[in-house]
Design a protein around this ligand. Structure first.
Ligand code: MG
Ligand code: ZN
Length: 217
């Protein structure tokens, strides 16, 4: 159990993180950049989705790679002509708005349409830390089990777009994709829920359409 003092300290940390996040979103606005935070477990498809967006859209995209495999992930972007900045969290299981703020000056915002922040591979902890982005994209995969959505309401509630990835292997892992979609819609009726296979390309066009629509708002 937490003491009252510990609870107060946690509240202060969260409040100051939110204030800093507000500054980040203002900075994105000043430069006419639409920013997104990609949130999901290790292996859910965050990096692959970013690669597909770089390849398939005409948006000029900058990437903050916060995943703890960022050295590895950042290398995956070498083939594309996009700015990629690794955010090192040390041992931490989430990014926060201060880490993003520190790195924002190194990102050539005036040359970009979109900035995507790949959060640390963790479906739980990053949820509570706003980074100061315009939208959050939550990615889960069917290999995490068809109860992964219903078990994580706060994360699902935080998403503007919820992607249920790897539907090409749903039968093999005996997962009901419809159940996952329904769970997500029940928890977050405002979210756009899209089942995808980033590997085969199924429904990537729908993801792009959803993100482009959000970026126009
Ligand atoms: Mg990754
Ligand atoms: Zn954490």
């Amino acid at each position: 159990m937490s003491t009252k003092q510990e609870v107060e300290t946690i509240k202060e940390v969260m409040n100051s993180n939110d204030e800093e996040a507000q500054k980040n979103i203002e900075k994105f606005n000043q430069h006419n950049v639409f920013s997104m935070d990609f949130l999901g477990a290790v292996g859910s498809g965050k990096t692959l989705l970013i690669e597909e967006l770089i390849k398939r859209t005409n948006k000029k995209i900058g990437v903050f790679a916060g995943d703890q495999d960022s050295a590895f992930d950042a290398g995956r972007f070498d083939d594309y002509d996009v700015p990629v900045i690794g955010l090192s969290t040390g041992m931490s299981c989430h990014l926060d708005s201060y880490l993003v703020e520190d790195a924002l000056d190194d990102m050539p915002l005036d040359d970009l349409d979109w900035v995507i922040i790949e959060n640390v591979g963790n479906i739980v902890c990053p949820t509570g830390f706003k980074l100061g982005t315009h939208a959050r994209v939550v990615i889960v995969s069917v290999t995490e089990g068809d109860d992964i959505v219903e078990k994580h309401p706060p994360t699902i509630e935080a998403g503007d777009v919820i992607i249920i990835n790897k539907i090409d292997v749903a039968d093999a892992v005996e997962v009901d994709v419809n159940k996952m979609v329904e769970d997500a819609q029940k928890i977050n009726p405002d979210a756009i829920v899209i089942p995808t296979s980033l590997k085969t390309g199924e429904n990537i066009d729908k993801v792009i359409e959803a993100l482009e629509n959000l970026s126009k708002q």
